[in-house]
Design a protein around this ligand. Structure first.
Ligand code: NAD
Length: 325
């Protein structure tokens, strides 16, 4: 079995080589996006393994099929980057629906605490022997209202963490869970009443730009937004304007709509070719991590194991429970 990996980073190589140790499979790793041009690298492979920023469009799917590829294996949960409708009947697409909801939910809380207690600023100050506390005042999370959009695997863990901090939780989900004891409200009410809003729903046509000029208008003054889901849930221009207007108090982003050109790469020696991102990064109340919420040892182990199982199931048995339909 030969698998061609795209967007492969050293941590991917390590986790997949370790998970495939017992198998005599040929794993080929490339640090380039999967595109119409790079699809050719997969010729002779049974499977390709792609990540969140590989845009798997109809022409890419055609090229992969031409190259004899039998399965597209996403080593992530979200699949908004794949033209699933076009893939149907042409090539199976599998994903890793769950690998560690804790990794992402804990990262969301880490971002929130960093922002609220100014840890990012304290870290830099004290390294420079600046022990002044001026401008470092935070606020208690205890007693604040947090709105959680999407109460699936990650949203639930985040709710539990917030409850541990003594926060009041409001939730919105298009498909509210029957087995979850939480106060579901409309999205409008959640936006209106929350001091902090954290997004844990998938990117779909419906959730695209759910934070926009109109919805920012409805939110509380000083609201903190946390997005560890997908960048395009937030209209970045509206976010920037909300921050400039002092309506949005702080923002924690692990994802950004136009991230595919920048995230997961070291472009520190280059000019950042995105004025909106540059402006956001220049704001004292914005924290950005580059799509790293998933990046824990446990998550990587689970991703590698499930991805290899998914590929084997498709190639050897013709079906997988993790096929996206
Ligand atoms: P999940 O499928 O378990 O839960 C998603 C929830 O969103 C479900 O309860 C669903 O009913 C709800 N939902 C669907 N449409 C909605 C809508 N229109 N409005 C509100 N809620 C809606 O998924 P999960 O494992 O909890 O992951 C959530 C998202 O987190 C993923 O879609 C992915 O985009 C993102 N994610 C990010 C990272 C990262 O590293 N930053 C890692 C994993 C997942």
């Amino acid at each position: 079995m030969r698998i061609t990996f795209y967007d492969a980073k050293p941590y991917d190589v390590e986790s997949f080589e370790s998970a495939a140790r017992e198998l005599s499979w040929d794993l080929k790793f490339f640090d380039v996006h999967l595109t119409e041009d790079t699809a050719e690298l997969a010729r002779g492979s049974e499977a390709v393994c792609a990540f969140v920023n590989d845009k798997i469009t109809a022409p890419v799917i055609d090229r992969l099929c031409d190259c004899g590829v039998k399965v597209i294996a996403l080593r992530c949960a979200g699949y908004n980057n794949v033209d699933i409708a076009y893939a149907q009947g042409r090539i199976p697409v599998v994903r890793v629906p769950a690998y560690s909801p804790y990794a992402v939910a804990e990262h969301a809380m880490a971002l929130l605490l960093t922002s609220v207690r100014r840890i990012h600023k304290a870290y830099i100050r004290t390294r420079d022997f600046n022990f002044s506390l001026n401008g470092m005042m935070g606020f208690d999370l205890h007693g604040k209202t947090v709105g959680v959009v999407g109460t699936g695997k990650i949203g639930r863990v985040f709710i539990d963490i917030c409850r541990g901090f003594g926060m009041d939780v409001l939730a919105y989900d298009k498909y509210p869970a029957k087995d979850l004891s939480v106060r579901y409200v409309s999205l409008e009410e959640l936006f209106r009443k929350s001091d902090i809003i954290s997004f844990h729903c998938p990117l779909t046509e419906e959730t695209y730009h759910m934070v926009n000029r109109e919805t920012v208008e409805v939110m509380k003054k000083g609201v903190i937004l946390i997005n560890t889901s997908r960048g395009a849930l937030i209209d970045a221009e509206a976010l920037l304007q909300g921050i400039k207007d002092r309506k949005i108090g702080a923002t924690c982003l692990d994802v950004y709509e136009e991230e595919s050109e920048f995230f997961f790469r070291d472009i520190s020696g280059h000019i950042l070719n995105d004025d909106t991102l540059a402006r956001l990064l220049g704001m004292p109340n914005v924290i950005v991590t580059s799509h790293q919420a998933f990046l824990t040892k446990e998550a990587l182990e689970n991703i590698a194991k499930t991805t290899l199982d998914n590929i084997r199931d498709i190639v050897e048995n013709g079906s997988s429970i993790n096929e996206v339909r």
